[in-house]
Ligand binder design. Structure first.
Ligand code: KDO
Length: 341
């Protein structure tokens, strides 16, 4: 990745220098004209370089370079280096960022009905997730995202099924066992509600700060899909994994609506196809990883617990049914999601 950034920085500076020379009348008009025709796509994500949803952006870049050679300058910024986690949608709406993979929790801030996808134990598995978002339900729920949020989702990626990791060796079988456990959640009310619904004491923290917080004991645990637990090395500072499978999580590869509408129709199509190729790459690798990682964590000395998932499901679903959040869910949407087979 650093190789890509370095090269891009050089290219940008090089083009700027040539543009200045041209402007000064030295006759280098051609490179300036070339620079003007390229559309810049700035991408920002909190994902760490080793994670699949970081690597997928390279697939996006390469696919687009093949389908539209020389038309786009794709700049990938990982580790939340360009925008802080959760601030990407506003940056996209304002035209300060072209692309990111945003979460259902990000969307819910502006489109409250979307919070149905932040609730535990609603989406059943990756196949169900793909059918929900790629079918008529997706078409319905993405409409207000494009209009109200000014962000256009182009492809849905499977972030993984979220599990708990705890810094101590602890037996957790039911939500009652999480009482008093300081569980790190990403910083938004939808995430914190999920942590609470699981029975824990949720503590908001950005993804980039989780490793140290686990190490020092500022938090007792965190939740993330297993591939991210490996990529961000949370297993190095955790002793227990609890397979609650509480959220089959998605992220949506999205483009700022105004900037997307400014592209030519054939460019829009190519960008969408590249986003879909990136999501496919991520999904295949992530699903494969999830099947294999438990053995890896055991080999690293972690205790892996299969808790009473039915007890977690019951408690979590009851909490959501009674919540204010659920009042924003359009009538019949839950039934439509459940009916997708
Ligand atoms: C996290 O902060 O736990 C989370 O998994 C939330 C996701 O929505 C997403 O932002 C993800 O982090 C980042 O992409 C880092 O993997």
């Amino acid at each position: 990745m650093s190789h890509i950034s370095l090269k891009q920085t050089w290219t940008n500076n090089g083009i700027k220098a040539l543009a200045v020379i041209a402007a000064l009348g030295f006759g280098f008009a051609a490179p300036q004209a070339m620079a003007q025709t390229k559309t810049t796509i700035r991408i920002s994500t909190p994902a760490v370089p080793e994670d699949w949803h970081a690597k997928m952006w390279t697939v996006f870049k390469e696919t687009l370079e093949k389908s539209a050679p020389g038309e786009f300058d794709v700049q990938i910024h990982l580790n939340a280096a360009l925008f802080k986690q959760g601030t990407e949608p506003t940056a996209m709406a304002r035209g300060n960022l072209e692309m990111s993979a945003i979460s259902a929790q990000d969307i819910s801030k502006i489109v409250p009905e979307f919070s149905i996808f932040t609730a535990g134990y609603i989406i059943r598995d990756p196949a169900h997730q793909a059918k929900v978002f790629d079918g008529p339900v997706g078409a319905e729920v993405f409409k207000p995202v494009i209009q109200k949020m000014e962000v256009t989702p182009l492809a849905t990626a499977y972030l993984g099924t979220r599990q708990l990791t705890l810094r101590e060796d602890k037996n957790v079988m039911t939500p009652a066992d999480l009482k008093g456990v300081k569980l790190r959640m990403p910083a938004s009310k939808e995430w914190l509600f999920l942590g609470e619904a699981l029975g824990a004491t949720p503590t908001p923290l950005a993804f980039g700060e989780v490793y140290l917080a686990l190490k020092t004991g500022t938090i007792d645990g965190q939740d993330n899909p297993l591939p991210s637990v490996r990529a961000a090395k949370f297993y190095e500072v955790s002793k227990t994994i609890v397979l609650t499978s509480h959220l089959v999580d998605a992220i949506f590869l999205s483009y700022g609506t105004k900037a997307f509408n400014a592209l030519k129709p054939e460019q829009q199509q190519k960008v969408k196809l590249a986003a879909e190729a990136a999501a496919r790459y991520n999904n295949a690798n992530r699903i494969k990883d999830e099947a294999e990682l438990i053995d890896f964590f055991k080999s690293q000395g972690l205790k892996v617990i299969t808790p009473d998932v039915a007890a977690f499901r019951k408690t979590v679903q009851e909490k959501y049914q009674k919540s204010d959040m659920a009042k924003a869910w359009p009538k019949g949407l839950l039934e439509k999601i459940n009916a997708v087979k």
